[in-house]
Design a protein around this ligand. Structure first.
Ligand code: PEP
Ligand code: MG
Length: 772
């Protein structure tokens, strides 16, 4: 059964301007969507929602819920029985007395609406099932809508009839067919002031049958029901969204229209007056205004929308409803028409984090503009920095001008499961604020407009692993932002092979030296403990190797208090990693005290890893300081990164210093220092090659030494996320591999296969020998 978690609040009635998409479970798809429309400033008629909580309370407080859900047990293919069940369920609802408190709440909201409008208003009372309008579980249209309702009692009655419509035969049938548990599907009712539409219709912000970047508007005279129900042939307008030109229009002969009877106020169907039958329904201005509103909605939601609109006697346009176009994917996939070939590539770069996302471009020129990026936007910037992480979390995709596959944007995007393209050179110039684009994080392309997403995003492709092959080589995971810990653990990894603390430190916004100057060392230590603990907790008792600070000076300079950071001609070769900690020992010691605090808290699974060493004396000096601070080398896992060719070539001399439990190959740096290729420089990105024989030779020989000396080996650079390289590392005899979150599963399978192959080879050889 599909579980639809029901978010409950105590409120039984809410104004729609007070809700948004996070209230889907409370006010249903329709209600949440109207709330969002109001938030982006679109004209929506005054509306309130009788929440899903009200319905739940109604069936519980009247004591009908058990009987109701028992009634629904039926073979849905037996139409007669299904109808009986529908009647029985509806009767239960319609004859039960609505609790006083809910009644009063509805009446007081309706009264307030009437007071605000200066008359007893006519309202539309619409059902909004709590999973309605979800792209792949659409309940739309299965429940009832009641129009032209006026007066408190009539509103109460219509609300109950909406509730009862949750048990329409086809709604019951649909839920059973789609595995929804009846008791977990809920209903909210939207009460909306009726727009006395002179003209009304629907609008698609993309051509639903071809996927083309055209807005399609259909409109007819009177209320929108005629167009929605298909009972008239409406006018049909096609507008090119790029040029905003009407490229096609069909003025239909409109025979009938739905209006409100001036006397009874009922919705009635009447003939269209002769002089209006052939008349164009919309003016050019109205069409362009509708297109504009449609674009606001598509930008807001990041996907094409299907919208209902109405225009009243005074010419005021109202947005009545908006939901994703649910048919576009299927039809566009099967369409070969040239119009579907809309994949115009605007910019290209390196696909740095997999998945696809469509959204509205927001260019970030500097950190002060962070708030520009809203949930679902495409964040475009020169290069991300740790203080941009809050905006990165909101973005649907990330695009940068600079950077290679191991730059900040690439690393963090992968952990967030957000598609990213880096090193595009000129995205911040070519892309413009407000443009709708689709980012393909696999191919490294940014397409114009919203194109069809066939692949699940990285977010959805990282799922909890129930079964996994057991490998002799441990499969671990890399983490840079502690918030990614849960997701990382869900991969079933054997531990964390690299937790980068610099992302935590740079994310604090305040330079460590400022904490020291202000005498707030303990506060700083606690920040580190907090971040590391988040990861160590989730993985406990699996090992979590935490790397001490390794950030280039240029990244520190933008922090508050970072003005004194030296300006280096090449920060990548500069004051970073262990060389920084050995001169700024005060800060090194604060990190070590954070480790001690964690050990005291019981996190014995935390190991310490030192970065960027090039000489054994650096390790010796670091060891001395660690001992002085009280790090126990007997009980703590201690390791170093191999990121310089020097460390790889003379690893045995490092081991001779004593106390080393493990080494980990930082192939990102090892590759850049072996090949003299700046890893963040997009101009030489094509030469950056972790498969280079020199890089592999360094790794192979260092593994051989470590195996001989009983030191564990691991890889935590990007090469550990590449199956073709992982095979080689297994062959060389590596002890563990630490991959990016999105690569863990692939890497594990590759390792399992490679290990099997190695065993099979040995068996074959033995067999041959014994036969020979
Ligand atoms: C590496 O150099 O491969 C590594 C893992 O460290 P970073 O990417 O943080 O420099
Ligand atoms: Mg490195």
């Amino acid at each position: 059964m599909v579980e639809l978690g029901i978010k409950m609040t105590d409120q039984t009635v809410v104004w729609l301007q007070d809700v948004d998409s996070s209230d889907l479970r409370l006010v249903g798809g329709k209600g949440a969507s109207l709330g969002e429309m109001i938030k982006v400033g679109l004209p929506v008629p005054p509306s309130f929602a009788v929440t899903a909580t009200a319905f739940r309370r109604f069936i519980e407080e009247t004591g009908i819920s058990d009987e109701l859900f028992a009634t629904l047990e039926v073979d849905v293919d037996d139409t007669k029985k299904l109808k009986k069940v529908e009647n029985a369920a509806k009767k239960l609802i319609l004859t039960a007395e609505m609790p006083e408190e809910i009644k009063e709440a509805i009446l007081s909201y309706y009264d307030e609406m009437c007071r605000n409008e200066g008359e007893e208003v006519y309202v539309a009372v619409r059902s909004s099932a709590t999973a309605e309008d979800l792209p792949d579980a659409s309940f739309a249209g299965q429940q009832d809508t009641f129009l032209n309702i006026r007066g408190g009692e009539a509103v109460l009655d219509a609300v109950k009839r909406c509730w009862a419509s949750l048990y329409n035969s086809r709604a019951i049938f649909y839920r059973v067919e789609h595995d929804f548990d009846h008791s977990s599907v809920n209903i909210s009712v939207i009460v909306q002031k009726m727009v006395d539409s002179k003209k009304a219709g629907v609008m698609f912000t993309r051509d639903p049958s071809t996927g083309a970047m055209n807005t399609i508007i259909e409109g007819s005279w009177g209320l929108g029901e005629a167009v929605v129900s298909g009972s008239v042939s409406p006018d049909h307008y096609v507008i090119d969204r790029r040029s905003k030109k009407i490229i096609n229009e069909i003025i239909a002969t409109k025979e009938t229209m739905h209006i409100r009877d001036p006397v009874t106020r009922e919705t009635v169907v009447v003939p269209v007056p002769d002089d209006m039958k052939e008349e164009r329904v919309l003016t050019d201005e109205e069409i362009l205004k509708l297109v504009e509103y449609g674009e606001i909605l598509e930008n807001h939601y990041g996907i094409p929308q299907d919208i209902e609109w109405g225009i009243d006697e005074s010419g005021k346009i109202y947005m009545l409803q908006s939901r994703p176009i649910t048919t576009i994917k299927m039809e566009a996939e099967s369409s070969d028409s040239p119009e579907s070939a809309i994949e115009e590539v605007l910019v290209s770069g390196l696909g740095a984090s997999p998945g696809m996302a469509t959204g509205c471009v927001k260019i970030l020129r500097d950190i002060s503009e962070l708030s520009k990026v809203k949930e679902g936007d495409i964040m475009v910037t020169t290069m991300t920095t740790p203080d941009m992480v809050p905006a990165m979390k909101r973005a649907a995709a990330i695009v940068t001008d600079e950077g290679g596959l191991t730059c900040h944007a690439a690393i963090v995007s992968r952990e967030l499961g957000t598609p990213a393209v880096v090193g595009t050179k000129n995205s911040t110039e070519v892309l413009k604020d407000g443009m709708i684009v689709t980012v393909d994080g696999d191919k490294g392309k940014i397409y114009k407009g919203s194109i069809i997403m066939e692949k699940p995003s990285a977010e959805t492709s990282v799922t909890a692993v129930n079964w996994k092959p057991i490998t002799a080589t441990e499969i671990k995971v890399n983490i840079s932002i502690p918030e990614a810990a849960e997701k990382a653990a869900a991969t079933g990894a054997d531990g964390v092979g690299l937790l980068r603390v610099e992302h935590m430190i740079l994310g604090l916004g305040k330079h460590p030296s400022l904490y020291i100057a202000e005498g707030k060392e303990e506060e700083y230590i606690d920040e580190l403990v907090k971040g590391i603990k988040m990861v160590a907790d989730v993985f406990y008792p699996k090992p979590v190797w935490v790397r001490t600070l390794d950030a280039p000076t240029d990244e520190f300079r933008s922090m508050e208090g970072g003005e004194n950071e030296p300006i280096e001609p090449n920060p990548m070769l500069g004051w970073r990693g262990i060389r920084r900690d050995l001169t700024d020992t005060e800060h090194f010691k604060l990190q070590l005290r954070a480790f001690k605090k964690l050990f005291k808290l019981g996190f014995k699974n935390v190991g310490i890893m030192l970065p960027m060493l090039q000489h054994p004396s650096e390790y010796a000096r670091a060891k001395q300081i660690m001992l002085e601070v009280g790090i126990d080398f007997e009980t703590t896992m201690i390791g170093i990164m191999i990121e310089t060719p020097a460390a790889a070539l003379i690893i045995e001399d490092f081991i001779d210093v004593g106390g080393l439990d493990f080494v980990s190959f930082g192939t990102n740096d090892l590759t850049q220092y072996t090949l003299a290729i700046d890893r963040n420089n997009e101009h030489v990105a094509s030469l950056y090659n972790e498969r280079h024989p020199a890089v592999l030779k360094l790794i192979k020989s260092a593994i051989e030494v470590c195996r001989r000396r009983g030191v564990m080996t691991s890889v935590c650079g990007q090469a550990g996320s590449r199956p073709e390289l992982v095979k080689k590392f297994v062959e060389y005899g590596i002890s563990s591999i630490s991959a990016n979150i999105d690569a863990v599963e692939d890497v594990r399978n590759t390792v399992a296969r490679e290990e099997e192959l190695l065993i099979v080879e040995v068996v074959r050889k033995l067999k041959l020998n014994s036969e020979g």
